[in-house]
Structure formats: C-alpha cells, structure tokens
Design a binder for this molecule. Structure first.
Ligand SMILES: C[S@@+](CC[C@H](N)C(=O)[O-])C[C@H]1O[C@@H](n2cnc3c(N)ncnc32)[C@H](O)[C@@H]1O
Length: 277
C-alpha cells in the first residue's frame, strides 16, 4: 500500500453504521482517527492498495469475510492478567467462599466471562480458583468464555502469551507454576486450558447458549455501547444470574441509572452486583 490517506466523511459514516449494526460498538464523530488507523493496517494486511479501496469493496460486495475482518479490527482487545486486582480479591475473600456454602449440595458452579478477549481474564480466575480453593477440584465447574472476535477466542483456547503479555500482571511464581515455556512464549498448562470452553457470542445478539450462571464477568466492554444496549444486556444478565449469583463490571462501569434492579454490594474494595431478592 502506498500513501496513507485520511478517511472521507462518507466512508467513516458507512463504517461506523456497519460496526454499530453488527457489534453495537459506537464510533462517534471524532473517532475517525481510530477507524483510519485500524482499517489502514487491515488494508495493508489484506493487500488492498488503499484504505478507500478496502471500504469500496466493503460497500459494493458486502463479503461476510471482509465484514468480519472489519468488525474484528474495530474491537479493542486490551486486557491483562489480574486486571484491577480488587475484583480478584473480592472473588477470593467473599464471592467464592459464599458460593461454596450456597452450592454445597449440588457442587456445581457456572461461570461466564462475556468478553474474554485473549483469555487473560478467565485464566486469572482459573489460577485463583486453583490456588485458593482446592476443594473445588471435584466440583462440576463450567467456565464459558465468549467474545465477538473469533480471533480472540482462538487465542484464548491456545493460551499462548508473549513475555510482554505475561509481564502484564502475572506474578513470576504463578507463571512458572501454570505456564510452560515454548520458545519465546508461555503457554497455559493443559490443566488450566481444560477448565474453560469458548463460544462466539455477540452481546448485542441472541444468547441462546448461555445457561443460568453463578458469576458473570462482563468487564470493560459495556463502555463501547450506548445506554439502550447496556440496559438490554444488563437486563438479560439479571435473568440468567442464579439466585445468589454475582456480576462483575469493569472499574469505570456501573448499573446506576441504567438498571436499578441490581443491588450494588461492596466486596473487598470492589463493587459487585447482585439481583435484589
Ligand atoms: C477491552 S476488552 C475486555 C477484556 C476483558 N474483559 C478485560 O476486562 O480485560 C473488550 C472485549 O469485548 C469484545 N467485544 C466488543 N464488542 C462485543 C460484542 N458486541 N459482543 C461480544 N464481545 C464484544 C472485544 O472483542 C474485546 O475482546
């Protein structure tokens, strides 16, 4: 690809409408730079001769594969191990011990990580469970990881991380205990990878395959949606949370003024959300 061009107003309009229809991600005016840089990189990878020719083909052919590439390119997959620390303390000190008591009869727990990106979040939870709750080893634990991005789900299944990614949050002691060095990268051990299952799911679409859950992690994804979509998602989560279940949001996310049916509870320095009984 030759010279980097700025995105035209009608091209930006077309892409932002498409992305919103397919993923609910809002790209307001002012985000031209983001679309321009992400799609210029995509055009280069797919060997288009310019950003405009990629968008022209998108508009004329609407090829599903190209649409998927564009949606994937416009997702922000930023994540790290044990992100924000407090939610993991809340799980360890409060949420999991409480669930162990409540589900002592069935010995069954269902977790759903609803925007799992490349897997650092679900693997952090799995490590925390292994480290602090060995009694759960003989429980029936289902841990569903979903994301709109197939690419991110593939990464989650593989569980392979660069040293840089490992350095973002994974303590050295846990790295050597739960990961195997594969050349320049680290792969989560099978015992960890076997704890999770992945499925592609658009949070703004149908959730036919999600069972009733004890814990829903939906962290750092609602920020990309408008209030109507956030409200719909939070309402659907309320309906799939089992009695006594908990939802965890990202540090800058809340249910306040969006869905006031949730009870906001303080747990180990973190706000977590329960359905008021
Ligand atoms: C910033 S990452 C958050 C990762 C992780 N939850 C965390 O807190 O570190 C946001 C993730 O949401 C996913 N995502 C964006 N829109 C989505 C949608 N409509 N449905 C499902 N996942 C979506 C992206 O692909 C991305 O992996």
């Amino acid at each position: 690809m030759s010279v980097k061009q700025p995105i035209a107003a009608d091209e930006f309009q077309y892409v932002s409408t498409l992305v919103r229809e397919r993923s609910a991600i809002v790209l307001e005016v002012g985000k031209e730079y983001l679309v321009e840089s992400r799609l210029t990189a995509l055009a280069r990878t797919l060997e288009y001769d310019s950003l405009s020719s990629l968008i022209r083909e998108l508009r004329t052919k609407k090829c599903p594969q190209l649409v998927n590439h564009v949606i994937e390119a416009m997702t922000t997959n930023e994540t790290l191990f044990f992100r924000d620390r407090h939610p993991f303390e809340a799980l360890q000190e409060d949420i999991i011990p409480d669930l162990i008591k409540k589900r002592a009869d069935s010995k069954k727990l269902t977790f759903w990580c609803a925007a799992s990106s490349s897997g650092q979040e679900p693997y952090s939870v799995c490590i925390m469970l292994r480290e602090h709750f060995p009694q759960l080893l003989n429980w029936d634990i289902q841990f569903i990881c979903s994301d709109i991005s197939e690419l991110m789900l593939k990464r989650t299944r593989e569980g392979i991380y660069s040293q840089l990614e490992i350095n973002r949050g994974m303590p050295a002691r846990l790295m050597v205990k739960y990961f195997l060095k594969e050349g320049a990268t680290w792969q989560a051990k099978p015992e960890l990878r076997e704890m999770i299952t992945t499925r592609q799911l658009n949070l703004a679409g149908q959730w036919a395959t999600i069972p009733p859950c004890d814990i829903v992690f939906i962290r750092n994804v609602l920020i990309y949606f408008d209030t109507t979509v956030k409200r719909e998602i939070l309402g659907k989560i309320r309906r799939i949370l089992k009695p006594g279940g908990t939802m965890l949001l990202g540090g800058s996310e809340t249910t306040i003024h969006i869905d006031d049916e949730y009870e906001r509870v303080r747990a180990a320095g973190s706000w977590v959300y329960r359905v008021a009984s």
